[in-house]
Write a protein that binds this ligand. Structure first.
Ligand SMILES: [Zn+2]
Length: 152
């Protein structure tokens, strides 16, 4: 949500506001992290899911909340209500587009981290062989020391 690289947490995902000259600059993330080299966009269409699911999902929730609130509080006419609900959704989607993409990058990195140098099996190293310990199953009941009654 802070528009930073999910790996190093320092470099921005998008171009700075002052350098944003077009809608494309606004919606397109940088190629990758200049600090750690984390590629933001894995493949073309990578952000379709983020845009449609996260952004519009959050926008819909926002719209529903506004709708219910307005309808309960002031009972506006349906045209007024639609305008009052849709306008903030459009604005919200414009403003939230970057956040939804950054969020998507972070979620994607958490669920499926792609390293620069994946190992032979995709970076998933097998766990080192832990010494098998006797878990004390039903076949081998661990002898419990009988509590000695105080005989003194
Ligand atoms: Zn980084």
């Amino acid at each position: 949500m802070i528009l930073r690289c999910p790996v190093c947490g320092k470099s921005p995902v998008f171009a700075a506001l002052l350098k944003t000259r077009s809608l494309r600059d606004w919606f397109s993330p940088l190629d990758g992290c200049p600090r750690c080299g984390y590629p933001y966009e894995r493949e073309p269409g990578y952000f379709l899911a983020s845009t449609w699911v996260i952004n519009y999902g959050a926008g819909s929730v926002l719209g529903i909340v506004i709708y219910i609130t307005l309808d309960l509080v002031i009972h506006p006419s349906i045209g007024w209500l639609l305008a009052a609900v849709l306008t903030p959704i459009v604005l919200f989607n414009l403003l939230f587009a970057r956040h939804s993409k950054t969020l998507f990058i972070a979620i994607d990195h958490l669920s499926d981290p792609h390293e620069k140098d994946p190992g032979e099996d995709g970076g998933n190293l097998p766990k080192p062989d832990a010494p098998t310990r006797d878990s004390g199953g039903p076949g081998k009941p661990t002898p419990k020391p009988e509590p000695e009654l105080a005989s003194h």
